[in-house]
Design a protein around this ligand. Structure first.
Ligand code: AMP
Length: 224
């Protein structure tokens, strides 16, 4: 199955995607992570993408769609994948649907994390991530603190802030998200594959709650 994670920046979709990836043994493909890796390695793609990412804008569709199609053609995606951060436009969604139909026609489910903007700003501004990309654990200095400040609970690496996790960029990204997400949410709603969660991000058990709701939903809906 393909699970498409939908939700604004900071909605917790990355964290939930990682858990779902373990639970169902599906690769977790985050377009944001792939772009950041390319920026770090100063590849041509990274340089082009960074012109948009640094301003909180979307990377153009042609670059993004090619990148995802390449990734979905790899062997480890034959049972499906968790897509995190893609699609973000209707054109991307249509191209994805065509690709899946033509190459690997298995079931698609979209999971939307619906959270008020002001809660999201607080969450993103306090977000720190593990500097070890193999681990990539995500923490929040207010709601999901690591046991030891600045250190990853899982692998012991240093925790860092993402360059685009500041209030000004987050507000720009939320605006971009709202401008684009309406059509994407409608797209999956019309396809009858949308599952919406309204997580309470102040709850200690928000991740477990989300996970159990999604598992319950998939058990009922996914047959292949
Ligand atoms: P994320 O980590 O998903 O918040 O992505 C970080 C940034 O990468 C976004 O603000 C966009 O600039 C870019 N990006 C990630 N995924 C996409 C996509 N599907 N389409 C266009 N731009 C993207």
């Amino acid at each position: 199955m393909y699970i498409i994670m939908l939700g604004a920046p900071g909605s917790g979709k990355g964290t939930l995607a990682k858990e779902l990836s373990k639970e169902y043994n599906l690769v977790h493909i985050s377009t944001g992570d792939i772009f950041r890796e390319n920026i770090k390695n100063e590849t041509e793609l990274g340089k082009k993408a960074n012109e948009y990412i640094s301003k909180g804008q979307l990377v153009p569709d042609d670059l993004t769609i090619d990148l995802v199609k390449n990734r979905l053609s790899q062997e480890d995606v034959k049972n499906g994948a968790i897509l995190d951060g893609f699609p973000r436009t209707t054109h991307q969604a249509e191209e994805l649907e065509k690709f899946i139909k033509n190459n690997n026609p298995i079931q698609t489910v979209a999971v939307l994390l619906d959270i008020p903007d002001e809660d999201l700003v607080k969450r993103v501004v306090n977000r720190v991530i593990c500097s070890n990309k193999e681990c990539g654990a995500i923490y929040n200095t207010e709601f999901r603190k690591p046991k030891q400040e600045g250190i990853c609970d899982i692998c012991g690496s240093k925790l860092i802030k993402r360059a685009d996790d500041n209030e000004e960029t987050v507000r720009d990204r939320l605006k971009v998200y709202h401008d684009n997400s309406k059509e994407i949410i409608e797209y999956y709603d019309n396809e009858n594959v949308l599952f919406t969660l309204h997580p309470n991000i102040y709850s200690e058990t928000v991740l477990e709650d989300n996970l159990s709701k999604v598992k319950g939903h998939l058990k009922e809906k996914v047959t292949k």
